[in-house]
Write a protein that binds this ligand. Sequence first.
Ligand SMILES: NC(=O)c1ccc[n+]([C@@H]2O[C@H](COP(=O)([O-])OP(=O)(O)OC[C@H]3O[C@@H](n4cnc5c(N)ncnc54)[C@H](O)[C@@H]3O)[C@@H](O)[C@H]2O)c1
Ligand SMILES: [Zn+2]
Length: 360
Amino acid sequence: MKTVRVQLDKNGYDINIGIGLLGQIGTILNQIGFNDKLVIITDNKVKALYGNKLKQDMNANGFKADILDIPEGEEQKSLETAGRLYYELTNLYAERNTPVLALGGGVIGDLAGFVAATFMRGVPLVQIPTTLLSQGDSSIGGKVAVNHGQLKNKIGAFYHPKLTITDINTLKTLSAREISNGMAEIIKHGAILDADFFSYIENNIEKIRNLDEKVIVQLVTRSAEIKAGIVEKDELDLGLRNVLNNGHNIGHAIEAVSGLKVWHGEAVAIGMLTEARISNKMDILDKSEVERLKNLIIKTGLPTELPDYKIEDMMQAVKHDKKVLQGKLRFALLKSIGEVYLTDEVSLSLVEEVLNERDE
Ligand SMILES: NC(=O)c1ccc[n+]([C@@H]2O[C@H](COP(=O)([O-])OP(=O)(O)OC[C@H]3O[C@@H](n4cnc5c(N)ncnc54)[C@H](O)[C@@H]3O)[C@@H](O)[C@H]2O)c1
Ligand SMILES: [Zn+2]
């Protein structure tokens, strides 16, 4: 088992990453002082795959475990579902010290995290991410949220777990598309901050796609370390965390224009490449680095282009996503593979020019 420590201003917590950790959760929770009542929040798919078994195991280990499940899908990240969960927690006599175990992908991590942050002004949270996206990215950083109308992730809190337990065995039940989708942010972590990690991914991409256990543990661990390193320096997202936004200005616009048909990681992959081209046009990123990024995205099974969209729609979405200051947007662009910089110097006309060129 690998452990990544997230050291925050006031407290800190560990991310445990390993193979088969789901079977050891009782012991792991005992070590941090939990031994009684707890509530697992999950979605119905993950419940059938892992939740029911986890509940049984916990009860066999002396816990009093209950399980609450919601339908799967992004639509459940709502105040309405959170409201239902508050009622159900109350019906289960959950108390201020009753831990919530968020078992699932990013939707569950965000929603159950939000519920844990707000129920009784905060109950202990344990994250148990089960998708590659949540293991390598979304479960790290303490951002929990629900959507509200058009406001995606805008109703939320910073709320860190007491512990994160990442069992890479759970990835085996994901589709190949889910694995590729989860790779985008992991590639981003290498691209913005760690050239050696980027090379590691390039050299191991086949093993990654085949879920080679050792390689996946290494991959998720390094990804968690990189994100934790940024979070530690900017817990409340006041500046430095902006570097994690690489690929996201264009990525968010793609998600909006595609009507969410393109998944988040897929949109970020196209966004990273488009933004790399923007950096190249500004004479900052070398063309060969753009090609390197593109090759890795392709080898990962991620898209490089959104097939059919209208440039006007994309531009509208780009402007809508972030405040535009005097025609300029803040971007986190690559200087080289492994090095990122923040800039307000990207003009809307340059964005439009690059979108118009598409793939050469
Ligand atoms: N908080 C953050 O910092 C942050 C960062 C990035 C993304 N997010 C959020 O994460 C969400 C996306 O996360 P996601 O891609 O994990 O989505 P998800 O939670 O919807 O999971 C995707 C699908 O996989 C299923 N699933 C989960 N684990 C499985 C397993 N082990 N085997 C088989 N199926 C499994 C789920 O039931 C679901 O159908 C979005 O809501 C996004 O806003 C949050
Ligand atoms: Zn993202």
